[in-house]
Design a protein around this ligand. Structure first.
Ligand SMILES: O=C(O)CCC(=O)C(=O)O
Length: 307
């Protein structure tokens, strides 16, 4: 049996504490990040997207999910479904913890949802950086920011984690004899765990509850994204993207992902102030564009996080 000494941190609303928990335990649970109106919109829009996918036969099975499970539903490309999901992907609290774990620039590998249904089976125990060849680099290569869209309970399939497993610094074996404990948390909780932590979807033992979680997967910028944003993203999301989101999508880049040796230019802005700031005109037509930002490359260089 693997030697494990970890513990689960308590839910906190203090981001300094969350950052310490993430460093020490490989995960943190943060309350008070979403207001009630945002949570309600996220909930309704996610279930609407899930129902639409199901009605149109657009569901895709995921390799690590329980094989014989027709109650669980993955919802892909959540970022394109409604701008409220952009608010999750670039939430300042989320990005603070992403930066603290893997630095900046980072890429958003995916924003997808997993909805467990009554009777839904367990997922395969895994670490998210499963694609990184071993021996792994000393530091985590990614971080998962997950959002509890419903209450997560021990019965309805709350994500289960193996405390301390990030320190084992390897993927779990198929027959690994370890205890995975449920992350019990109310809807709206933001749970952040680094990419070496072993985890899985829990059993949904209820007869009448669905449990939705949205999982934002962020990586260092040397990894390919799971969702191919260049093909999958609704163009309006990029059109109105913040600078942080452009970086996360690979549409602003340094070192890798360049176009003719420079960062790709930003899309046109609709916002007169954004153009004025850099000495460009931007009118109601929204056709003026900001230049690519060598100043940004310089800023990243100073932070020293460029690949
Ligand atoms: O659904 C969950 O609770 C966990 C999902 C997960 O681990 C994953 O998608 O990698």
């Amino acid at each position: 049996m693997a030697e494990l000494t970890g513990a689960l941190p308590a839910i906190t609303s203090d981001l300094d504490q969350a950052e310490r928990d993430l460093r020490e335990h490989g995960l943190c649970m943060v309350s008070g990040v979403l207001d009630a109106a945002t949570l309600s919109t996220v909930h309704d829009e996610l279930y609407k997207a899930a129902a639409s996918d199901r009605a149109r036969g657009r569901e895709q099975k995921f390799g690590l999910d329980y094989e014989h499970d027709d109650t669980n539903q993955r919802v892909w490309n959540v970022l394109s479904r409604n701008p409220v999901f952009v608010d999750l992907a670039e939430h300042p609290a989320a990005l603070r913890l992403v930066r603290a774990t893997i630095g900046w620039p980072a890429l958003l590998g995916n924003l997808s949802a997993n909805i467990t249904g009554p009777g839904g089976g367990e997922m395969v125990l895994h670490a998210d950086q499963i694609f990184v060849p071993e021996p792994w680099p000393a530091e985590p290569q990614g971080v998962n920011v997950s959002w509890c869209v419903d209450d997560f309970t021990a019965d309805n399939g709350a994500t289960c984690v193996v405390p301390g497993s990030h320190l084992l610094h390897r993927v779990p074996q198929a027959d690994e004899d370890v205890e995975a404990v449920p992350l019990v948390a109310p809807a709206g909780t933001m749970v952040v765990f680094e990419s070496r932590l072993w985890h899985r979807t829990g059993f949904n033992r209820t007869t009448d509850q669905r449990r939705a979680g949205i999982f934002g997967w962020y990586t260092r910028p040397i990894y390919r994204t799971q969702e191919n944003w260049f093909l999958a993203l609704d163009p309006s999301i990029r059109q109105f993207a913040s600078e942080d989101l452009l970086v996360l999508l690979g549409s602003q880049a340094v070192g890798l992902g360049l176009v003719y040796g420079a960062s790709p230019p930003e899309p046109p802005y609709d916002d007169a102030d954004a153009g004025a700031e850099v000495g460009h005109t931007s009118g109601a037509s929204g056709l003026a564009s900001n230049p690519p930002g060598p100043h940004r490359d310089a800023a990243w260089g100073v932070r020293g996080d460029a690949p």
